[in-house]
Ligand binder design. Sequence first.
Ligand code: FAD
Length: 444
Amino acid sequence: MHIVIIGNGVAGITAARTLRKLSDHRITVISGESKYFFSRTALMYIYMGHLTFEQTKPYEDWFWEKNRINLVHDHASSINTGAKQIALQSGEMISYDKLIIATGSRPRTFGWKGQDLRGVQGLYSLQDLQTMIDRTNHAKRAVIVGGGLIGVETAEMLYSRKIPTTFLVRETRYWNTVLPDEEAAMITAHIREHSTIDLRTNTELREILDDGNGAVRGIITSTGEEIPCDFVALTVGVEPNIDVVRSSAIPTGRGVLVNEYFEAEVPDVYAAGDCAEMRFADTSQPSRIEPLWYAARAHGERIAKNICGERQSYKRATFFNSAKFFDIEYQTYGTVSAQLKNGEDTIVWQDADGKRLLRIIFAKDVTKRVLGFNVMGIRYRQNVCTGWIERGASVEEVLHNLGAANFDPEFFPQCEQFLVEEYNRKTAQNLVLKRKRGLSSVLA
Ligand SMILES: Cc1cc2nc3c(=O)[nH]c(=O)nc-3n(C[C@H](O)[C@H](O)[C@H](O)COP(=O)(O)OP(=O)(O)OC[C@H]3O[C@@H](n4cnc5c(N)ncnc54)[C@H](O)[C@@H]3O)c2cc1C
């Protein structure tokens, strides 16, 4: 059987590797971006000179041939599901028995005037990175539009080259659609500590100005202010990259429509990762796109297993994500929303310097089971935190053993103590933090 995968991101590559582990099928991976798989989340470190492109490749180049995974560096331009063929930009045709579409995302735009000018771009691909490097080599001022994770990474990249940057964020605080107030305030203040970054909250982009030669010369904000600049990064989110699918018979919505087994509505076609939009058998549940690294990896693995006969529906793992806001590391586990939901309670501790924060979300009912954690400026152990959530451990049990989750217990012993004190204040209890920080008792 010939299995063809379009897209060599983490979804496509995980599918290919898992298929190879489980089977002897013929595997071809097509990618227009790069011949070899690289870590997209490390793009910023190439720009900042911390890593070379070679160092972002998790596998040596010989790995693919040795594992009989055929790599085709080309762009798929159309899919004929009747003939089971893919046309490549080079003119070549590739036949498949099963097809996995793993074409990822692309930056979103909102039809702003001037968004196609030279010097205006998103940050998603290697090609985007190259144009950003070229364009910012001599940039005098930059503007970033949109305050998500890619926005703050772009700000750090420009800061590393000391390029004065105006950072436009529509909300009252950085990312406060996702972060609770304390976290959003902490990160907003931290971004503002960086002297070349001018963070403007409550401010949107109205228009991008042309220099008369097709390049950007400035922008106008929603308040009517004109800001001269020669580089604009549009970081207002991503959307599924499904151009190659739209011209085919494969049904799409926002992404490629799949069921809980990642099967598209055409035989022998699957979709995984950022480009897949999952519809559920329970039609009261809205369809879902999961534009996340860890989810894409899980999708790829599940599809490969399903193709190899271990057919099971996708079960979303306990949510986990990690990122960095300049110097502050961030990890989030389980459910932590910007606003508490019905039935949720929370305790939070943050240090006076505004560089470390711990939050636990737990159920208000008698179980008091933990639902989520936000950890900033401290590194916690993923298996411990997700283990507590999955086991339904109570907040008191978690607080008692909190030191076991800390990755660097020698450095941060006091944080846990402060959170326990916060809980005692809130509930008039006298809970004591366990001093022994053994993992075994917690994981048992
Ligand atoms: C700068 C940046 C930082 C990020 N940070 C985080 C983070 O901290 N945490 C997190 O969870 N997620 C993060 N993400 C998101 C994460 O990278 C994606 O969720 C993940 O890469 C999706 O994997 P994928 O395999 O679905 O798609 P992708 O990685 O997008 O790979 C798809 C591949 O398919 C190729 N392709 C598309 N169409 C075609 C075609 N027609 N023919 C041939 N090839 C095609 C694309 O060029 C691409 O190479 C970040 C993304 C970016 C850009």
